[in-house]
Design a protein around this ligand. Structure first.
Ligand code: C5P
Ligand code: C5P
Ligand code: ZN
Length: 486
């Protein structure tokens, strides 16, 4: 079968060949939806290829964590959804003979000059080595065209045993890409779109145009509309009575056995009626046209999953996964990815309720506290009020809400509780278009204050010593100003 991402085929083949010669593999992955789905894809592919695999998850890959991986005494370590940015440290371990490394990632690779020269070469300023599967090395955008799970999927296809077919794993790869917010204007593009096509061909994925609100599978209709704050519609969003009245006025039969139906329960005609009325209301109430456009987007449905469950919708699935691994329960999320539908799914659902509450309380905190403007950047410090593992999600949600300038990158601080401060940063497509690259900002500003960081142009993070927040803002502001040519 043809390769899903032709430009990466050689790299994937090299990695697959190396893995086939391993007795067993230690797989290390990141604790978010993309990291979990990366691990789900890679674990399944390795097992199907008859290669025993053990999986570990890390909040952030740093020297200490890589040291603990080296101490596991595995000869072969596969890193997914991180590793490229840490090739400096990884290459030292490889050179020392601690383990052989393979990396399937989409983050900005380390500076080759910081890496061990026997292991790492320079590929257009990016660190590269023998088993390195990263879209950026082939001119593919790592923030919008391929995720960690996508890279793992490319590897999985190269790992197929004789007569095997790993295209069913495209569903998880799409959940990873959606979870990493890779959809551009609501739609997966580039290499991601190629993976969608393979999932559709394998009959496990459906691509459709639908209302782009979160919760179409699981939320009762009034809640679907009330909680839809991505595009605030006056009189409906954040207004339980208003949302209910709006639905009742449409004259549809929206309850079954006294219970509100969900979007997934409706017929196409019923959906059309509600969607049209919603758009009409938005126009009447003066919602800007570009906002109204985002009410409708591309949706990705996992057709093998039961209707009315989080697992059927790629966006809901990814949030469910974030609710596990970002709360130290990656085991639960991985089990769900691997098809375990009993205990783990129930556990994931209760974690999801907690995650939702935390996100909403986090957003409230930002609203209450406000953000501080600092030239080319704005920031807030959540202290220990928001978990460091979700402060980036909150920052992304806050960008563009009332009181937060959509035209400036946002920085968010949260305490790690261990004498360090986690920083998350988020930008927008237009800002990146104008030259903003937060992976550079996070890397350089953190190094300037004795920390470390990296990521993508549009979203990146760092860890810095406690007390260095002000100096960090100053450094980040200067770099962003320079990137914008201000
Ligand atoms: O570590 P990883 O690459 O998996 O995480 C990517 C992060 O970048 C996610 O938290 C995602 O929400 C964020 N992101 C974003 N906007 C984009 C692309 C990514 O906020 N357009
Ligand atoms: O943690 P947060 O969601 O803000 O991370 C945004 C992006 O930056 C993710 O892709 C994450 O993997 C990356 N990151 C990094 N190094 C760090 C912190 C975050 O590469 N120290
Ligand atoms: Zn990722």
């Amino acid at each position: 079968m043809s390769a899903p991402v032709p430009d990466l085929a050689d790299r994937a083949d090299a990695c697959a060949q190396r893995l086939r010669s391993a007795d067993r593999v230690l797989l290390a992955s990141h604790i978010d939806a993309d990291g979990l789905t990366s691990a789900g894809v890679a674990t399944t592919a390795l097992e199907r290829a008859g290669i025993p695999v053990e999986t570990v998850f890390k909040k952030q890959l740093d020297a200490a964590e890589i040291g603990s991986i080296a101490a596991c005494e595995h000869d072969t370590v596969l890193f997914t959804d991180f590793g490229s940015g840490q090739l400096d440290v990884i290459s030292e371990h490889v050179a020392a003979g601690d383990f052989e490394a393979l990396v399937a990632d989409h983050h900005q690779p380390a500076d080759p000059e910081d890496c061990h020269p026997d292991v790492v070469s320079d590929s257009d300023g990016y660190a590269d080595f023998a088993w390195h599967l990263n879209p950026l090395l082939e001119g593919i955008n790592g923030a919008s065209e391929l995720s960690g799970a996508g890279a793992a999927y490319v590897l999985a296809r190269a790992l197929e045993p004789e007569g095997g077919d790993n295209r069913d794993l495209a569903a998880l790869a799409v959940v990873g890409a959606v979870g990493d917010m890779q959809a551009v204007g609501g739609e997966l593009v580039g290499a991601n779109a190629g993976i969608v096509d393979e999932g559709v061909a394998a009959a496990i994925l459906e691509e459709g145009t639908d209302l782009s609100l979160y919760g179409k599978q699981t939320r009762p209709l009034p809640k679907l509309l009330e909680y839809a704050t991505e595009v605030p519609i006056p009189g409906i969003s954040g207004d339980q009575a208003g949302a209910t009245r709006f639905l009742q006025d449409l004259g549809l039969d929206l309850k079954r056995d006294g219970e509100w139906r969900t979007w997934a329960d409706l017929t196409d005609d019923e959906r059309q009626t509600i969607a049209s009325a919603l758009v009409k209301r938005a126009v009447q109430r003066g919602v800007p046209a570009d906002k109204i456009d985002t009410l409708v987007g591309t949706t990705y449905t996992l057709t093998a999953e039961p209707t009315g469950t989080e697992l059927r919708d790629a966006s809901e699935f990814s949030t469910l996964l974030n609710a596990t691994a970002r709360y130290e329960r990656a085991d639960v999320g991985l089990a769900v990815c691997l098809g375990d539908r009993e205990g783990p799914l129930e556990r994931a659902r209760s974690l999801l309720a907690n995650h939702r509450r935390n996100l909403s309380e986090g957003l409230d905190l930002v609203k209450r506290q406000g953000v501080t403007q600092a030239g080319s950047v704005q920031w807030f410090d959540a202290g220990d009020e928001i978990r460091e593992t979700i402060v980036g999600i909150v920052a992304g949600m806050a960008l563009g809400t009332d009181g937060v300038d959509a035209d400036k990158p946002i920085l968010a601080f949260a305490s790690t509780g261990e004498g360090e401060t986690k920083v998350s940063s988020r930008a927008t497509g237009p800002l990146v278009g104008r030259g903003v690259d937060l992976s550079v900002v996070m890397h350089e500003a953190s190094q300037a204050v004795g920390g470390d960081g990296g990521g993508h142009d549009i979203a990146a993070g760092a860890t810095i010593p406690e007390g260095e927040e002000e100096a960090f803002v100053e450094a980040a502001d200067a770099i962003i100003a320079a990137q914008l040519g201000a």
